[in-house]
Design a protein around this ligand. Structure first.
Ligand code: NAP
Length: 337
């Protein structure tokens, strides 16, 4: 078989503010690969099917993160084309940290998850509700939020990949849920599809007023930081818990431009607990439980999800910028093949 192109996405320059698709990324088509003869050195060869673009990638694009000229990397779904290891077989579908390239040779000891052959949910969902963002929601809510039926929870970026699952798990576990998001159609989605108790557009409504109307909150799942976190601090009930999961409102700002939180004083008399979390910290403890429950709940229609699909590896940078600008509607995925 003749070599075929093996295009890839490279990190080209440190962004000033929001990444610039033309300047900060490079779609490089100079490499080629012979799928039948490429040396595997005891490893295996895959074809990339889907890639995930996630907010944390913006942090890796700062000085001290990815090296300039390096390949973009993120969670992805791939199909094994050839293998020289017993660990994976031709035809296996894998979920793993994946290079942003059409074909990839992996070492035999690469850390991958083999997905079920007859999956009842689309493979792309293993990058969203049944993948890292879903785990973030599950681990954060369960391990850090300590939720109890009858309590109330506020979720920011409620219509996003993490937020959608937080909202639905909280409902399933007996909580009252209020969510914020950045457009009226996402508000409709939260109320009509996810059936949460209240939702508002934080760009047109006052977060403080909406939380007051809702009647105070026991848990805040913070995905944005900034003034929203300040409003939540003021609305917390006694012994409330704040899960600091993300601060996306500040990812494209310089440190000196970031909003300074004012309302921490209310933590004292309300005895509020605020804790940061990283998904990987909880993986050893909760991954098996997560994979035993969440994909099944999705397959049974008990958990809904929405995806924002971008077609083509060359458009992966556009998909990432869309997420950072809040233009995605649901889990942002790139369909490569
Ligand atoms: N701690 C961890 O281990 C961990 C793991 C995964 C994700 N996270 C964090 O979880 C959060 C959500 O991630 P995701 O993957 O689910 O992304 P997502 O919610 O699917 O997409 C990002 C969303 O953030 C919102 N947004 C963008 N710019 C904003 C701004 N300036 N102010 C307020 N909201 C803004 C937009 O939604 P709206 O239309 O609603 O504004 C956008 O759709 C992020 O902060 C991410 O960093 C943390």
């Amino acid at each position: 078989m003749a070599p075929i192109p093996n295009p890839k996405v490279l990190f080209a320059a440190y962004p000033a503010g929001y990444p610039d698709v033309k300047k900060d990324f490079k779609y490089d088509t100079s490499e080629s690969i012979d799928l039948e003869t490429a040396p595997l050195n005891g490893g295996f060869l895959t074809k990339t099917l889907y890639l995930s673009v996630d907010p944390y990638m913006r942090g890796r694009m700062n000085v001290g993160g990815w090296a300039l000229g390096s390949l973009f990397e993120g969670y992805g779904i791939s199909e094994v084309l050839r293998s020289e290891t017993d660990k994976v077989k031709k035809g296996d579908i894998l979920y793993a940290s994946t290079k942003f390239q059409a074909y990839q040779v992996w070492p035999a000891d690469a850390k991958v998850r083999i997905l079920p052959k007859t999956s009842e949910i689309p493979y792309s969902v293993y990058m969203g509700a049944a993948g890292m963002p879903g785990q973030t929601a599950y681990f954060g809510l369960k391990a850090v939020g300590d939720p109890k039926a009858g309590e109330s929870i506020f979720v920011s970026t409620a219509a996003g990949a993490v937020g959608q699952l937080v909202c639905q798990l909280a409902k399933a576990w007996g909580l009252r849920v209020i969510g914020s998001t950045g457009s009226d159609d996402k508000v409709e989605f939260l109320l009509n599809e996810l059936k949460i108790d209240a939702a508002f557009n934080y760009k047109t409504a006052s977060t403080a007023e909406e939380l007051k109307k809702f009647g105070g909150i026991d848990i805040y799942f913070d995905n944005v930081g900034g003034p929203t976190l300040d409003a939540a601090l003021d609305a917390m009930n006694k012994f409330g818990r704040i899960i600091v999961c993300g601060h996306i409102s500040m990812y494209n700002q310089k440190p000196e431009e970031r909003y300074g939180i004012k309302n921490t004083y209310s933590m004292i008399y309300k005895e509020v607990k605020m804790q940061g979390m990283l998904v990987n910290t909880y993986a050893a403890q909760y991954s098996d439980e997560f994979y035993a429950t969440v994909p099944k709940m999705i397959a049974e229609g008990k958990i809904k999800y929405s995806e924002d699909v971008t077609e083509g590896l060359e458009h992966a940078p556009d998909a990432l910028v869309k997420v950072l600008k809040g233009e995605n509607k649901g889990k942002a995925v790139v369909k490569v093949a």
